[in-house]
Structure formats: C-alpha cells, structure tokens
Design a protein around this ligand. Structure first.
Ligand code: NDP
Length: 297
C-alpha cells in the first residue's frame, strides 16, 4: 500500500483506507472524465475508491483498475473498492444478481465493501459476504434509529462495518458519530468538501463550504488549503472522508491530509461552524416511510 495512506480498522477485522476517492459524476460531465479521473486517482496514490451502481461509472472505474493492475502500479489487494446496491434492487432475490452485475462492470471477483444505498434490511447482503463476493458489508444514509433496528435484529450475522452519510463542517454529525463509535461502526463522510453542488440535487443558493471565511482563516494559519483542513477536521474526529475531484493536483493535495494536524483550538473553532445544514436532503423521498432525515440524527 502507498505509505501516504492510513487505515481504520473495521468491526469485522478488515481495514479501510482513511481517505476515499469519490466517483459520482454529474450528468453534464462526459463519461470519459470518469475513466480519466479514476486512472489519475490510482496514479496519485489513492487506494480507496467509492462508487455505486447508480453513478453509472462502474465500468470506467473497472477499466482504470484493470489498466493500473496490468501496468504494475497496484495489486488488487492494494485497493479498497466500495460499491452500493440501489433502491430498485432491494428485493432479497435481486441483491446477489445486482452485486454480480456490479462485479462484472468493475471486472472484479469481489468488492471490499458493499453498501445498501438507502435504508432497508441487511439479510440478503450477509449471504453475499458468505459467498466471498464482498469482504465487508455496510449501510448508507441510515439514521441512528434505523441502525439500532438493524443491530437489534434477531439473528443478525454481521454488523454493518460503516454508515456512509453526508458529513462536513456544516453538518458535523456529532451525535450520529458518537452513536456509531459506541457501536464500533465507522462513519464514512460524503460531501466532505461541500459536494459537487450537483444541479439536479443541490440548491444552487446553498453556501459554498470551501469559501467559508472561518475555514479560510484556519487554513491560512495552518498554511494549508481550505479543502485539506475540511478533510483533516473529519479525519481527526475518527471519520473516514471521501473526496471527489476530476483534477490530478487536487487528488494529490488531498493525500496531504495525513501530513499535518489541527490544534484542539482549531478543532473547536471548526466545530463552531456546524449548522446542521444538509446539501443533499433528497426531499423528493420525504414521503417514504424510511426517509432517514426526519430524525434529529
Ligand atoms: P465532495 O464533497 O467530495 O467534493 C466537492 C468538490 O470539491 C469537487 O467537485 C471538487 O471541485 C472540489 N475539490 C476536491 N478536492 C479539492 C481540493 N483539494 N481543493 C479544492 N477543491 C477541491 O463531493 P461529492 O459530492 O462527489 O462527494 C464525494 C463522494 O461521496 C461522491 O463522489 C460519491 O462517491 C459519494 N457520495 C455518496 C452518497 C451516498 O448517498 N452514499 C451521496 C453523495 C456522494 P472542483 O473539481 O471544481 O475543484
């Protein structure tokens, strides 16, 4: 593994690299950019790649992985690949076929982590782990009550190893993080840099996280960029941040997150930025009985 990386131990004994690379692509960006970005990310030293069926980039991510393996840049076991099961395939009999299709697109025998993209039971995923098609299973966008329900399920075979949720300076998720830590579940943060501000999902009038003046001051004091400080803030709280970019210089910069520390005073100042603001509130799902954001956390 790249010496730049650090790892977090999961509750099933596997390790997740402490910085992930996001692969969501807004509709207006050409698909060739996803292949290019995945190639650049692996080349830059990023080893944890977060994708999903619904991003429609698994094929490009798979091509990049294979070309980097063939070129001798990485071995399969050096990479930590996450993909996710989308809502249209939540019926138990559809879970394994859907995973197998993802594996085919990714040109892999297994993924390191398979997530349920939105809240539903975990049973069918346990079978995929038993079949060796995934190393670890986890959830995404679960509130603490939905997690609690899973953890209390009679006959639960594998606890989810992580809960991937929106988390950044404006939504620092301190309560959900405390809850996850108490259950030995890693909180993986998406939107860590304030999201790509997808036109189809994010209100374009929402505040730009990386332009925050307080963040800017802390970054200046530490002689680092606002993006790095935003990532470091999460890392120091025990969160595994994902960071997306199509630019090689940003990918390389983001790996510097392991090279500095924020003081307790800076952490406190950054804690003060929290305003429980969600970029991706997915309000179109608000009528669903499992809509996760009606709970405080
Ligand atoms: P991020 O919050 O990671 O990134 C936002 C933007 O930050 C990028 O588009 C990039 O913009 C900018 N950026 C990156 N690095 C730097 C840097 N060093 N300096 C300055 N700017 C930088 O966005 P995402 O919304 O993509 O979230 C990350 C990933 O999380 C997704 O790609 C996806 O894998 C996952 N995700 C999961 C969800 C779920 O439901 N489970 C939902 C949403 C995302 P620019 O290139 O313009 O500089």
């Amino acid at each position: 593994m790249s010496s730049k990386q650090q790892f977090v131990k999961l509750n099933d004994g596997h390790f997740i690299p402490a910085l992930g690379f996001g692969t969501y692509k807004p509709q207006e960006v050409p698909i060739s950019k996803s292949l290019e970005a995945a190639n650049l990310a692996i080349g830059a030293g990023l080893r944890h790649i977060d994708t999903a069926y619904v991003y429609h980039v698994e094929e490009e991510v798979g091509q990049a992985i294979q070309s980097k393996i063939k070129a001798g840049v990485v071995k399969r076991e050096d990479l930590f690949i996450t993909t996710k099961l989308w809502c249209t395939c939540f019926r138990p009999e559809l879970v394994r076929p859907s995973l197998e299709k993802s594996l085919k697109r990714l040109q892999l025998d297994y993924v390191d982590l398979y997530l349920i993209h939105y809240p539903i039971p975990l049973k069918a995923l346990e079978k995929c782990k038993d079949a060796g098609l995934v190393k670890s299973i986890g959830v995404s966008n679960f509130n603490h009550k939905q997690l609690e329900r899973i953890l209390n399920k009679p006959g639960l075979k594998y606890k989810p190893v992580c809960n991937q949720v929106e988390c950044h300076l404006y939504l620092n998720q301190s309560k959900l993080l405390d809850y996850c830590k108490s259950k030995d579940i890693v909180l993986v943060a998406y939107g860590a840099l304030g999201t790509q501000r997808y036109k189809e999902w994010v209100d374009q009038n929402s505040p730009v996280l990386l332009h925050d003046p307080v963040l800017y001051d802390v970054a200046k004091k530490n002689k680092r960029s606002p993006a790095l400080v935003a990532l470091r803030y999460l890392l120091q709280r025990g969160v595994v941040p994902l960071a997306q970019s199509f630019k090689e210089n940003e990918m390389k910069e983001n790996l510097q997150v392991f090279e500095f520390q924020l003081s307790p005073e800076d952490m406190k100042t950054l804690d003060g930025l929290n305003k429980n603001f969600r970029y991706l509130s997915t309000e179109s799902f608000a009528d669903h009985p499992e809509y996760p954001y009606s709970e405080e956390y």
